[in-house]
Design a protein. Structure first.
Length: 389
């Protein structure tokens, strides 16, 4: 979007003369019409510094603005922007995993806890025809999103003003000289320049301030789960299969931290490894199923899931006795449908049994008696042999 404030002010200063000229000579001037051309604004998505950008879309509508009559209080007329069945059009903002990000926020790039991605949203006004000079206003509204964890821009409405003037090269040809996107529906007023004494038109509120677009923020939380194995007959090196099911998350990649590589099974884990960075992918329907293999003390941590998502963590305990969410510091439920904070759950598998030591005690007297009886027999046989000689 054009940001030349001085140019905008110069145009506005001459706007009164243009309007006067148009008023007295409109009948005599056969203007060559122009289309609205195209412009754009920025859509920012702020996330935590460790988060990946999700695959999400934000939509907008564009409509004719409300006309502002001229004359009263030296106000300048603002016309409603022309609208047809097919024009103007406005794109949606598209964000995808792997987009380039900038550290901080659009307002504070020193904020080390955040980063943001930017998408340019194009507005196509080529299907709109302007036949007379003037200022034409459109209203842009962001559609409220229902994406998990996303906070909409505090101001859903922007106002786009098009300045349509005769060309400097040919006063009969119209052209769009400036696009001005603002936060408020500000009118114009006629004021006198304190230095030159000339009169000019300017915006009533914040004359030189334009907005760059919209900013939304994604709030995220982490999910961690762990494994404990207990019991005198338990194998602490045995790996148990865990199933993680995620719902109502925003599509895209999510980083996973694991305590060791053995947690991942390449055959069916649905976990991707790239240079030591593990990720899982949430599908377009907001769901994901991934598998992990945990032994005693192993942990898995999924980072930066959107607030409002749901999860279920289950395991195949085989022939062990399994108890969910009873490891210290891992006591959150093993399932939740609307997660608002970091969650930590677990499973403890136990195999405890009584070693049958009583069997040895019971057979010991018989074993001793049999040994003594055998020894006596051998002694008697050996004695008879000696007497025979």
């Amino acid at each position: 979007m054009k940001r030349n404030v001085s140019k905008l002010l110069a145009i506005v200063m001459t706007l009164a003369l243009v309007m006067s000229f148009a008023a007295v000579s409109a009948a005599a001037v056969d203007y060559t019409a122009t289309n609205g051309g195209s412009t754009s604004f920025k859509k920012n998505l702020v996330v935590d510094s460790t988060a990946q950008i999700p695959n999400v879309e934000f939509e907008f509508t564009i409509a004719a603005g409300t006309p502002v009559p001229g004359g009263a209080n030296n106000a300048l007329e603002i016309k409603a922007g022309p609208v047809t069945a097919s024009a103007p059009t406005i794109e949606s903002a598209q964000f995808t995993s792997g987009m380039t990000t900038t550290a901080g926020t659009p307002e504070d790039e020193t904020d080390t806890t955040k980063k943001f991605a930017v998408d340019d949203v194009d507005i196509d006004l080529t299907g709109v025809t302007f036949t007379a000079p003037g200022v034409y206003r459109y209203v842009i509204t962001e559609t409220a999103t229902t994406l998990s964890g996303v906070t909409n821009d505090a101001n859903a409405v922007r106002y786009l003003d098009l300045f349509v003037f005769p060309s400097e090269d040919d006063p009969t040809e119209l052209e769009v000289t400036t696009y001005s996107l603002r936060d408020t529906a500000t009118s114009f007023e006629r004021v006198q320049d304190q230095e030159t004494g000339d009169y000019k038109y300017q915006y009533v509120t914040n004359p030189t301030v334009k907005t760059s677009g919209y900013t939304n923020e994604l709030e995220t939380v982490d999910l961690e789960f762990t494994k404990a194995i207990t019991g005198n007959q338990a194998d602490k090196n045995k790996q148990f299969k865990f199933t993680l099911e995620i719902t109502d998350a925003n599509p895209g990649l999510y980083t996973v931290e694991v305590s060791r590589d053995a947690v991942i099974n390449d055959d069916d884990s649905n976990v991707t490894a790239d240079n030591g960075v593990y990720t899982i992918e949430v599908e377009d329907d907001g769901t994901c199923t991934a598998y992990f293999y945990l032994a005693d003390g192993d942990t898995v941590k999924v980072l930066d899931l959107p607030v409002g998502y749901g999860y279920t963590v289950t395991e195949d305990a085989e022939d062990y006795e399994s108890t969910a969410a009873n490891v210290p510091n891992y006591t959150d439920p093993y399932t939740d449908t609307d997660v608002e904070d970091d969650a930590a759950t677990s499973y403890t598998n136990d195999r405890t049994g009584i070693i049958p030591t009583g069997v040895i005690i019971m057979i010991a007297p018989f074993a001793i008696g049999l040994f003594v009886f055998g020894a006596i027999i051998l002694y008697m046989i050996s004695k008879r042999r000696r007497l025979a000689y």
